[in-house]
Each structure stands twice: as C-alpha cells, then as structure tokens.
Design a protein. Structure first.
Length: 497
C-alpha cells in the first residue's frame, strides 16, 4: 500500500532547499501549488460560530513509542518506533513478543480492546517521540516541538503496514474511531528531523534522503547533532499560506487513512510559549473544523487552565472559555500538577465540551482501583481513556468503564470488574445501590441498575442477588451517546459517588 498522495501540500523537500536542485537531481516528495488551501488574512478569524459536537465515548490509548526519536540503530527505540514495531531483518536487537512482529502485536491488542466493547482508539506517537537534544546554542527551546508522529518521518515499510492495518480495519469495522496523538507539526521541513545515513542508519532505509539545509538558518538556530540540520522550528501560523500548507501536508495523510482525530501535543499551551492562539484558529480551519453534529478533527493537549496563584506548575482552574472551543486531553502528570486535589468539575458543561483524561492504574492519584474511583472522573464531566490496555491492571480499569458506560460483555456478579466474583462485589454493589436507590433516570450498571431500565430500585437488588449466586455472561450492548451522558449521574446523598 503506497503512501497517500499529498494533493493539498505545497511545501515539500524541494521547495525548502537553500539552493536550486542540481542537474539530474529529483525531488523525493511530490509537491503541488497551494490551490485551495485556506489561510487567514490580517485581523480575520475562522472562529465565527464555534458550534461543534463533542464525542464523549470512552477510549483506549496504545503507546507506540518508548523513548527518543533520533536514536542509533543499535538502540531499542530505532527510528522512534516501539519494539512492537521492530523487524529483525533491519534491527538486529529486535526482540519479538511471543514470536509476533510489531504490527501483529498491535493488531492483537486492537482485537482485544474491540472484543471488550471499545470502539475508540488512540495510537500514541506511532512515529516515535522527539529527539532529546538541544539547539546548537545550548538552549532547550523548541526541543519538544520537533517532528513527532508525522507520517513522513516513518520508514516506508512501517507506514505501509500501519496504513494497511487501519484501512482493512475500517473496511471491516467502519464504526471504529481511530485517533493519532503526536506533536504540534512544526514548520520548516517536516521531513528532515535528524534523518540521514550519517546518523548510523542504512543509507537506503529512509523514504527520503535529507539534504543539508543550514545555509538559511540564522546563527544558533540549527539543531545540534543533526548533520542535515533543519532551521529552528516554530508553530504554524494560520496567517501564513506556507505554514498552513506545510501543516496540512503532515495532517492530510492521516485524514486520508480515515483517522477521526489528531491530538496535538502542547497545543493548549499559553506559557511559556503561546501555541493556543495558532492552534484554535487551525482547529476551525475549513479543512478540519467541526460543525453542528460534527466533532473537531484537531484536539489539543492539555486541558486549558488558568493559574490560581500557584505559579506555572501550581494549582489552576479549567479555563472554560477555551475548553468549550475544542477537544482537549490531559495525562496524569499534568493533572497532578494543575489539579492536585481533584477539584475540577466540568459536568455542567458536559454537553458542550470534550475534556478527556488518560487513566493510568500505576498513578494512585487516578484512583482507578474501584468503581467509585473511576466513576468520579465521569461524574465530574471528563471523558476517560485507559492507557496500556495490554496490562492486567489496565484491563480491570476497562472493565470498570464498561460498567459505568453500560457496554460490552461482562461477568455477571463481578460488580467491581476485578475478574472474580466474591464478597467484595456484594459489598461494592450494596454501597452503590444504597447511594442511588430511588433514582428514576440516568442510571447505568455502576450505579446499581442491573436490569438496564435506567433507574435503581428493589428489582435491581433482586437481579444482582441472582447474578451473584449464578455467575455467567451478560451483554450490556454497545456504548451510546445517551449512556455516556448517563455516566454523569451522581447521587445527592452525602458521602456517595
């Protein structure tokens, strides 16, 4: 399967060279004029009517990298790709998992998550993380904004494998919502971040050879350690046709594959660098914007917030003005810094927001070990994702989410989703039942609604008693938008979730 043609891209390798091509040289990437690419004129905006439809269904995050982008061929994270992706033919240190290739391992994990009832998947950094170096002047500035997870930086064979898997998957399961998490695609040449045979890679391994392009870089603005250095990167400006074209050239191939969301790392940042102003305009660009009944294609990291006097890493509050403009996602480290006491509650804005949190069982802060702990995130208005679904403890978190959102096949009597039916299930059910008994609407399995009639009453108690003494399978059906809103329901009783 060949890479998608970049029909909308106008900026490619040839157009970024410091000098014209020599006779006989050919451009490695096809490029075309920027016809049809919108960009803003001064003092104008695309954000005229911010009316869009959030996707509030829970999801799963597959981590596809384990280190820096520009590693040596003899290191474990060759080309920034996880061991899952490695191939013993080109990587002598590749250790296959149970004899499977990386793409086969990914397929197995996708199948497991699908069988569990999930339909929303983030592929986190499929082309690796950023190179952990500094600019040649010793500054860290821009370090985290080098190319990451852009299709052009992936070796041809691995792109073809991933594209084939996603394409075939969507042909067979069109309801799947695939998402990519990567960096804010940066400007200059999106295909020349530390690539080239002199980095220790086989000369013929790259889809494109890089060309030394330092002549136009101001002093101290090239990336140290890259023999084919690019100029210092910058976030794309929606007021620049060149920038919007380059940005689109790194995004459109994912769109062509059927990807439904591209999450942009650091896009919600205001301090120390203000990327949000550029991001939010691009989110509403006609190429990506949502509309009535349509989610945005672009999402931002992290949940936008404002300081409450605690400094850049101190406690903050959700900036609801920005949070209602586009989807946002937060990982545990940011949540711990910005909301250490878990005071954030956006439930009253749930209809107009899509604020996602990535639940990591290894972080005590996330409190994923119980139904009430996971339910609390939903009740406060957040959309939960589970990271590392292949881990046994993550599978338990997935089971709890299934009970909170009423979907998938579960084990009857295993109320808390830990994989066994025992007295703890009876205790946990009784707690939830006593808290929610009498609610006449908005209830899911985790609230104590055993018969799926949306309320909690004595019939649910009787039903669970039967489940407890006669375990078996129970199909809760698919996850729907209505059940996602039901997950917001909370008890008004003191001390109840």
């Amino acid at each position: 399967m060949n890479r998608p043609t970049i029909s909308r891209a106008c900026i490619a390798l040839c157009s970024l060279l410091p000098a014209p091509l020599a006779l006989g040289q050919q451009c490695a990437i096809p490029h075309s004029p920027c016809d049809g690419i919108p960009y803003l004129q001064p003092n104008t905006t695309w954000i005229v009517n911010p009316d869009w439809s959030p996707n509030r269904l829970p999801g799963v995050v597959f981590m596809l990298y384990n280190g820096s982008y520009c590693t040596n061929i003899n290191e474990s994270n060759y080309r920034g790709l996880n061991e899952y992706w490695c191939d013993p033919i080109d990587d002598p240190n590749c250790a296959l998992e149970n004899g499977l290739t990386g793409i086969e391992v990914l397929q197995a994990h996708l199948n497991d998550a699908w069988a569990a009832g999930f339909r929303r998947f983030i592929l986190y950094a499929p082309a690796g993380s950023v190179w952990g170096g500094k600019l040649s002047n010793g500054s860290d500035a821009g370090q985290e904004f080098l190319t990451s997870s852009q299709w052009a930086t992936m070796p041809e064979d691995k792109w073809d494998e991933l594209a084939a898997v996603i394409g075939e998957w969507l042909d067979q399961r069109p309801e799947t919502w695939f998402e990519i998490y990567g960096s804010f695609p940066t400007m200059n040449n999106p295909t020349t971040r530390c690539l080239g045979p002199s980095m220790g890679y086989p000369a013929n391994y790259f889809p494109y050879d890089t060309v030394q392009a330092t002549a136009n870089c101001p002093s101290g603005a090239k990336i140290a350690g890259c023999p084919y250095a690019a100029c210092e990167v910058h976030s794309p400006s929606p007021f620049s046709l060149t920038d919007v074209c380059t940005f689109d050239s790194t995004i459109k191939p994912w769109q062509d594959l059927g990807i439904k969301r591209y999450w942009l790392d650091s896009a919600a940042q205001i301090s120390p660098n203000n990327f949000y102003g550029d991001f939010i305009e691009l989110a509403y660009c006609p190429l990506y914007r949502g509309g009535p009944g349509t989610p945005h294609f672009l999402g931002m990291e992290s949940i936008p917030s404002v300081d409450l006097g605690g400094g850049p890493q101190g406690p903050g509050a959700v900036d609801m003005t920005r949070a209602t403009q586009a989807p946002a996602i937060a990982f545990p480290n940011v949540l711990i810094d910005r909301d250490p006491n878990k005071n954030w509650d956006v439930s009253s804005f749930a209809i107009s927001t899509e604020l996602a949190v990535v639940l990591d069982y290894a972080q005590p802060y996330m409190a994923t070990g119980t139904i009430p702990g996971v339910l609390d995130w939903s009740q406060r208005g957040f959309v939960p994702y589970v990271v590392n679904p292949e881990k046994s403890e993550s599978k338990k978190v997935m089971e709890r989410i299934k009970r909170i959102y009423d979907f998938g096949i579960i084990q009857r009597g295993d109320f808390n989703g830990d994989g066994v039916v025992n007295s703890q299930d009876l205790t946990d059910f009784t707690t939830q039942y006593n808290c929610h008994n009498g609610l006449t609407s908005g209830c899911n399995y985790a609230h104590g609604d055993m018969d799926q009639d949306n309320d909690v009453d004595i019939r649910d108690h009787q039903k669970f008693t039967g489940y407890y003494f006669m375990p078996g399978s129970l199909d809760l059906g698919p996850c729907t938008d209505a059940e996602a809103l039901d997950a917001l329901t909370r008890s008004e009783e003191p001390g109840c979730p």
